[in-house]
Design a protein around this ligand. Structure first.
Ligand code: DGY
Length: 319
């Protein structure tokens, strides 16, 4: 029986299904393995079902001669050196499509929470600071309805975010390498503009691009300076797409009104000043974290890995 490795705790039914075909080593305790331990555990393994926190770089790959497939339980795969895998004949797969709506929902949750200061208000009530029942100027936030939403990165998730804007009668601007078809633009009521124009006109700026050297610090001090003073920035894509230090400075100086962040540079560590800021809503990389979606993602990843190991083409090949 070939040996496979599941690098983090997944659902028992997924482990059970894989155990009928493979010898499964499952990280049921869910303790992230440091690189040396991951390398050691990969010895003799044919397939790895992994998360975006497991780094598969050249030094690790060099130590796993038997590895045939890395199946990421994620749409993103910036944790994997894909060209190095290709050179070594290792297939890489991901789980696109199945998490678009769930990630769009979370993105909207951050947007709305930041706009209406939900985290601040919640903390205020819990602390017992709410002494006078009603105040005309309590927790004044921003309107979402009829505002302008700017989406940078109009792939599947970007489009799912745009679809939700119609219920709020918003104007939707987008910036993307390639233009959507006329019918998609019409369906989403979205207008393609240059990035600077999007930054200058949007009340809400959402970034939804994969992380790569090309998107590193795509939103930094210069970009934030172009945004409106009332603007809210939302990043539920990848840490490193936004320059967290520049964002902290802007939030401290109130150059923009707020931010909603699900991903961070160097997560789970935060920029040291981020958590103290009242005008930011923080969640721990949970974009696709509904139970239903995570089950589907795990099943998709298991299916991709099984296909490769059984000599079939996987449903979601990256290389
Ligand atoms: C993804 O699918 O890329 C999410 O960030 C979860 O890892």
């Amino acid at each position: 029986m070939r040996k496979i490795l599941i690098t983090r705790a997944v659902f028992p039914e997924v482990v059970a299904a894989l155990s009928r075909r493979f010898e499964v080593v499952h990280n049921a305790e869910d303790r992230p393995w440091p690189p040396e331990e991951l390398a050691r555990r990969l010895e003799g393994v044919s397939g790895a079902m992994a998360t975006v926190m497991d780094k598969f770089d050249e030094p690790i790959l060099a130590q796993c001669a038997q590895l045939k497939v890395i199946s990421n339980i994620a749409v993103g795969y910036n944790n994997i050196d894909v060209p190095a895998c290709t050179r070594r004949g290792i297939r890489v797969t991901n789980t696109p499509g199945v998490l678009d709506d769930t990630t769009a929902d979370l993105t909207w949750s951050l947007l709305m929470a930041a706009a209406r200061r939900i985290a601040e208000a919640d903390a205020y009530v819990r602390r017992g600071d709410w002494k006078i029942a009603f105040g005309v100027q309590y927790f004044l936030g921003q309107d979402i309805h009829h505002a302008t939403l700017g989406i940078i990165g109009m792939g599947r998730i970007g489009q799912a975010i745009a679809r939700r804007a119609s219920g709020f009668d918003m104007r939707v601007l987008y910036n993307n390498r390639s233009r959507l078809s006329e019918s998609d633009e019409k369906r989403l009521n979205a207008t393609r503009v240059e990035r600077d124009e999007l930054l200058a006109q949007s009340d809400f700026v959402v970034v939804m691009v994969p992380y790569s050297p090309a998107t590193h610090h795509m939103i930094g001090a210069a970009e934030i300076a172009k945004m409106k003073p009332n603007a809210i920035l939302v990043n539920s894509a990848r840490g490193g797409v936004v320059d967290d230090a520049a964002l902290v400075e802007a939030l401290k100086a109130r150059r923009i009104a707020g931010a909603g962040l699900d991903v961070f540079e160097g997560e789970p560590k935060l920029h040291p000043e981020l958590a103290a800021l009242p005008n930011v809503v923080l969640t721990p990389h949970i974009g696709s974290a509904s139970r239903a979606t995570r089950v589907v993602m795990c099943n998709a990843a298991a299916g991709n890995m099984t296909a490769v190991l059984e000599g079939r083409e996987p449903a979601n090949p990256v290389n």
